[in-house]
Design a protein around this ligand. Structure first.
Ligand code: SAM
Length: 312
């Protein structure tokens, strides 16, 4: 039924944009002591080999995270001042030597930040959904190795549906509620675009102050172009701030990857992150680092980054 496996794409330029944005967002949110509910509606397997068959077949990590790993930029930079240095520090934490062999997916990125901020007391909750039976089992196995007593759950069910029961999140002792949701489908079937829109409409009705991050591929499909427009309209109608970041790493002249609409992301050169209720520092943080990311990952024509945002 589902053939998409994120192992082919782990550490790609799309993951770089997604996880950079996710980490910069979470860093800001975790400065407050109020408990945070984190939801990953499309979690994947959680941990990926960068030296395994999947990564080597696709070459996406080699043209993504492994190029960034060679940058000297992280040396001496303070993670809190440099979102790229922070991202690289997080990935580095999953690797024991200079040659990076492991890439953490979004569940482990979230767990890593949660562990750092949350070491003294069980504060935050992490809710993970993954529908592919094999990946859900792998994720469950990987997550099972984490410290006991944490409020982490893995559900092998539809994340669009599962999200409904989690919003609004439970109140903290002072009464305030906080949640951050990452929605990152594979867009293997084109109905995913409409499902994202519907799920976001529902989530905004249930919990308009949540922080929502949606990743999407920029490909030659009308649905892919419509999705950020629809999300922007939704945010503006709800009078909520939004941010839209895109990264196009370009295509080499000899690239004959063929049908740009194919959903398996081979040949994908461009993607976007749409964030509703982004923290204030996210825009300057991304504007500072995306030029550096593009310099390292860019190849051929069409290279471009953009960050657009509007406060409510
Ligand atoms: N968020 C992950 C990360 O950043 O590491 C990557 C997720 S990958 C792009 C999308 C995942 O969603 C795939 O593992 C796929 O099996 C899963 N999936 C597809 N449809 C789903 C659904 N309706 N509910 C939950 N998971 C789904």
């Amino acid at each position: 039924m589902f053939s998409y496996r994120h192992a082919f794409h782990a550490g790609s330029h799309a993951d770089v944009l997604k996880h950079l944005t996710l980490i910069a967002t979470l860093r800001h949110l975790m400065q407050k002591p109020t408990p945070l509910t984190m939801v990953d509606t499309h979690a994947g397997a959680g941990l990926y080999r960068l030296d395994g068959d999947y990564a080597e077949t696709s070459g996406e990590a080699a043209n993504g995270i492994l190029r960034l790993a060679k940058l000297p930029t992280s040396k001496g930079a303070q993670p809190e001042d440099d979102a790229l240095a922070d991202y690289l520090e997080v990935i580095k934490a999953f690797n024991t030597d200079d040659v990076w062999r492991v890439y953490p997916g979004s569940p482990f990125v979230m767990h890593h930040l949660m562990s750092e901020a949350d070491r003294a007391s069980v504060r935050d909750r992490l809710k993970l959904f993954e529908i592919h039976p094999t990946d859900a089992k792998t994720l469950q196995g990987n997550i099972g190795q984490l410290e006991a007593g944490r409020q982490i759950t893995v559900s092998a069910q539809d994340g669009f549906e599962g999200l409904k029961a989690l919003l609004p999140p439970p109140p903290a002792p002072g009464g305030s509620r906080r949640a951050v949701v990452l929605m990152d489908p594979s867009y293997e079937i084109k109905t995913d675009y409409a499902k994202v829109h519907t799920a976001m409409q529902d989530a905004m009705r249930r919990f308009p102050t949540g922080v929502y991050l949606v990743w999407y591929p920029i490909i030659g499909r009308p649905e892919a172009h419509d999705l950020p427009r629809k999300l922007k309209t939704m945010a503006m109608q709800a009078e909520r701030p939004w941010l839209h970041a895109t990264l196009n790493v370009g295509a080499p002249a000899a690239d004959t990857s063929g049908d740009p609409t194919r959903p398996d992301r081979r040949g994908l050169t461009s993607s976007g992150m749409f964030v509703i209720n982004p923290p204030h520092p996210l825009k300057p943080a991304l504007e500072a680092v995306l030029p550096k990311v593009l310099k390292a990952l860019g190849n051929g024509s069409g290279q471009r980054w953009e960050v657009e945002a509007q406060r409510s």
